[in-house]
Design a protein around this ligand. Structure first.
Ligand SMILES: NC(=O)C1=CN([C@@H]2O[C@H](COP(=O)(O)OP(=O)(O)OC[C@H]3O[C@@H](n4cnc5c(N)ncnc54)[C@H](OP(=O)(O)O)[C@@H]3O)[C@@H](O)[C@H]2O)C=CC1
Ligand SMILES: CC(C)CCC[C@@H](C)[C@H]1CC[C@H]2C3=C(CC[C@]12C)[C@@]1(C)CCC(=O)[C@@H](C)[C@@H]1CC3
Length: 338
């Protein structure tokens, strides 16, 4: 039973999944649209997950499939999100069934319930967002529903979904690089709101640990069947404290001026409108967007009690240790001192 395929295994989370799975003695296949590393023990299958014929060889003889592939949220491509996250996931399910895979573990997102307003210690019982924060998240909802409803113990096919939030750690191409780029261009001067809003940032190794536990505890009649689980660091932290710790860790100044939340939100909205008007002439991608203001200025942290109860989950790396390891892993982003 210790053979698996990681769909999306070349990505940030996927690479960490592969490393921990190998360390635990799993035989690992990777299916991805690109190959980002080479390891003797890993068999790579290159292809698009929307293509069942390309997927099938990667799933032969494996008992567990981890599906953590997705187009990057920043690609901002509605058609691609729908095709890969929704239609592609249906294809993954069909391929798993055809290859007689027994377990499918999906990487979903805690944002499937977030509408841009405060969530404090949210449980998995919160309803899916009626107005998701972006189209990417809309397709993550469609994807999760599809996977959970495919759970079919009578036909030896079990499914579950992990909902991480704010994944960070070494090799993350998003959070730390975007933040440092914003600092380098002088955009990290302001704290949106009073700076007290708590958010979950989850170290990548804890996210991986949650996925592997889920696969191992997913059995017929287990409470994991067809259900979603939050996996967090279980240490919510004020959004701006987290940002400041990463910034100061890399020798940048933390933001110190406060701007009211509503003012930041309407300024970002105005900027978005302006950029939309200019779009026929020039395309500019804003760092300062209403969605980011909402992420930076509201509470969004979640309870992982259900994962603790159902699979014995506990974070394995504390937030302090996780921040230290992350900062250390980006020597090239450290501020050059004059
Ligand atoms: N990062 C975060 O904070 C969070 C992430 N998640 C979820 O976790 C998962 C992993 O995220 P992350 O590791 O950050 O993402 P990455 O973009 O780093 O990894 C995704 C991988 O999937 C590949 N991929 C994309 N489209 C296809 C396709 N059609 N067929 C095969 N492979 C494909 C990507 O290739 P390429 O790069 O060439 O597109 C990439 O290698 C995603 O499902 C994401 O929604 C959930 C919550 C938070
Ligand atoms: C916890 C989240 C779900 C995951 C974090 C994703 C991050 C890549 C972004 C989310 C909020 C973003 C953000 C900024 C940078 C990238 C994020 C951390 C800014 C700090 C960029 C500079 C600005 O203009 C600020 C208003 C942005 C605040 C939000």
């Amino acid at each position: 039973g210790r053979s698996c395929t990681v769909i999306g295994g070349s990505g940030f989370l996927g690479q960490h999944m592969v490393e921990q799975l190998l360390a635990k003695g799993y035989r690992v296949n990777v299916f991805d649209i690109q190959q980002s590393f080479e390891r003797e023990q890993v068999t790579f299958y290159l292809g698009d997950l929307c293509d069942k014929e390309a997927l099938l060889p990667a799933l032969q003889g494996v008992s567990v499939v981890f599906h953590c592939a997705s187009p990057a949220p920043s690609s901002d491509n509605r058609e691609l999100f729908y095709k890969v996250n929704f239609l592609g996931t249906k294809t993954v399910i069909a391929a798993c069934r055809e290859a007689r895979v027994q377990k499918l573990v999906l990487t979903s997102s805690a944002s499937v319930v977030f509408e841009g307003t405060d969530i404090k210690n949210g449980s998995e019982d919160l309803p899916y967002a009626q107005k998701p924060i972006d189209y990417y998240t809309e397709t993550k909802i469609l994807q999760e529903k599809e996977v959970l409803s495919a759970n079919d113990p009578d036909n030896d096919f079990l499914t579950t979904a992990i909902r991480p939030h704010g994944i960070f750690g070494p090799r993350d191409p998003q959070l730390v690089p975007i933040l440092i780029q914003a600092a380098q261009s002088g955009k990290m001067k302001f704290i949106i709101g009073d700076g007290k809003n708590l958010v979950d940032f989850t170290y990548v190794e804890n996210v991986v640990h949650g996925h592997i536990l889920a696969a191992e505890k997913l059995h017929k009649d287990s409470p994991l069947c067809g259900k979603a689980f939050h996996i967090t660091n279980d240490e919510p932290i004020p959004f701006w404290t987290f940002m400041s710790r990463i910034l100061t860790g890399l020798d940048y100044d933390p933001p110190k001026y406060h701007i009211p939340y509503w003012l930041a939100y309407y300024l970002a909205l105005l900027l978005a409108l302006l950029l939309a008007l200019l779009r026929p002439l020039v395309t500019i991608k804003a760092t300062f967007t209403p969605m980011r203001v909402a992420l930076a200025g509201t509470f969004h942290y979640y309870s992982c009690e259900r994962a603790k109860r159902a699979m014995g989950y506990r974070p394995v790396v504390s937030l302090d240790e996780a921040i230290a390891r992350t900062v250390q892993s980006y020597p090239s982003l450290r501020r050059a001192r004059a």
